[in-house]
Design a protein around this ligand. Sequence first.
Ligand SMILES: Cc1cc2nc3c(=O)[nH]c(=O)nc-3n(C[C@H](O)[C@H](O)[C@H](O)COP(=O)(O)OP(=O)(O)OC[C@H]3O[C@@H](n4cnc5c(N)ncnc54)[C@H](O)[C@@H]3O)c2cc1C
Ligand code: FES
Ligand code: FES
Length: 471
Amino acid sequence: MTSQHASEDGIRFVLNGKAVSFAGRPDTTALDVIRNHFGLKGTKEGCAEGDCGACTVLLRRDGAARQAANACIMTAAQLDGVELTTVEGLKRDGVMTPLQEAMASNGSSQCGFCTPGIVMSLTGLIENTPQPEEEAIHDALAGNLCRCTGYKPIVEAARTAAAAGLEPAMAADLPDWHSEVSSDGSVLHQPATLDELTALRAAHPDAVILAGGTDLGVARADYHSDWDRIVSTRRTRELRAIDETADAWTFGAAVTWGEILEAVREDYPSWATLIRRFGSTQIRAMGTVGGNIGTASPIGDGPPALIALGATITLASQARGSRSLPLEDFFLDYRKTELKSDEVIVSVTVPRPKPGEAFRVYKLSKRYDQDISTVCGAFWLAMEDGKVTACRFAYGGMAAIPKRARASEDKLLGQPLDVSAQAEAVAALSEDFAPLSDWRGSADYRMRTAGALVQRLARDLAGETVEVMAL
Ligand SMILES: Cc1cc2nc3c(=O)[nH]c(=O)nc-3n(C[C@H](O)[C@H](O)[C@H](O)COP(=O)(O)OP(=O)(O)OC[C@H]3O[C@@H](n4cnc5c(N)ncnc54)[C@H](O)[C@@H]3O)c2cc1C
Ligand code: FES
Ligand code: FES
């Protein structure tokens, strides 16, 4: 449902089956709205930065299935026109769901602080995947921390509930969303088209451009900043589009990592493995490709893979229209990019694989799940008669920006991927990079592991089994 009108009674959404409105500032956290405005205390606050899952709720947007998301880094702005379910809304006719029963009878909860969040994550899983594989259960729990029960009885409860079946809840009619909502000095704009978005960007260069809010929400919690003007990209048609041709995927900037994972699973299994380790199910449901690029973190997981795959980025402004450039040219210096103050990121175009090409990406992080990379290495190669005819290697965590390893690439061109060519490529990495030491890893660790990833690539392409795990 859509509306091109400004709202006069605040943000309207469905909460646990009932139409409600919230007339406070759109930059209020959703957790605050749930706990303090509506008095629903089952949704907990643990870390307040998307890591622990205690605040997990279910969100239905655009009529899609309900998805688990973190209320602590979400804002009221993201609730307009959606259906929100908290743990209080799970019971059907006053009866606990099979999952709640299984959690209660299986000893899956001790102090109980994490339990509502875990129940919401697993409900999201079982509603979307009625017979989940073991791996899917673990994936669904990657964003939920329990400090006292231990995960075994929780996983057992998930298996029991999945076997019993969980009827998805009836979808409520979504209320209209609004082009503008304002309250108490904070304004939310929800442009429906790219033209509207670029016009707002030009008129309000200082507005917060909000996509999934998984970076912005953490920054806001850390710095207690207020957002007096928000321009959300969630309702902008062109930014939500996924276009597939025989040659390329084009992902609108507001396409989520969860959606990209589904799209690229078959074309790029190695990339899909990386995306499964991108945050948690909750983060992938909200976090977008445009947000990841817009943040321009040197350790973001999107850019290395996209650069190695030869992606191009499209930007647009009201004054100058659209322009496209290779993604590798978008990053200029630490958190500095090509994006001008009147521009937005529209989309990213990723070539599809052709015969004779190979692609691998490896992420090294302190934890396997729900952790940002220390080093991420992405490798695309074209091979003919056993020799490398073209290649693009890109690393995160090795420089102030996500960056190509051109000297290393040069050593492989025209060569077989044998031990001596690998050694030259590894040695040349010191021409490409002079990484920093920080709490994630020392410069020495980063150089050594970046080289080890080239060797891992060669073994992987030679068909040797390589465990992809955190180091
Ligand atoms: C718990 C947790 C785990 C995480 N794990 C990972 C991880 O494993 N790997 C990783 O890389 N990242 C991770 N992140 C970071 C984050 O989830 C990603 O960077 C995500 O892709 C950001 O997307 P978003 O839509 O939430 O961006 P937002 O927070 O909405 O926006 C981020 C920035 O991009 C700008 N922006 C957004 N869209 C546009 C646009 N169309 N045009 C111009 N500017 C725009 C915003 O203004 C803002 O500056 C994690 C975050 C959390 C909280
Ligand atoms: S409170 Fe920890 S993820 Fe939200
Ligand atoms: S039951 Fe105590 S934190 Fe999980």
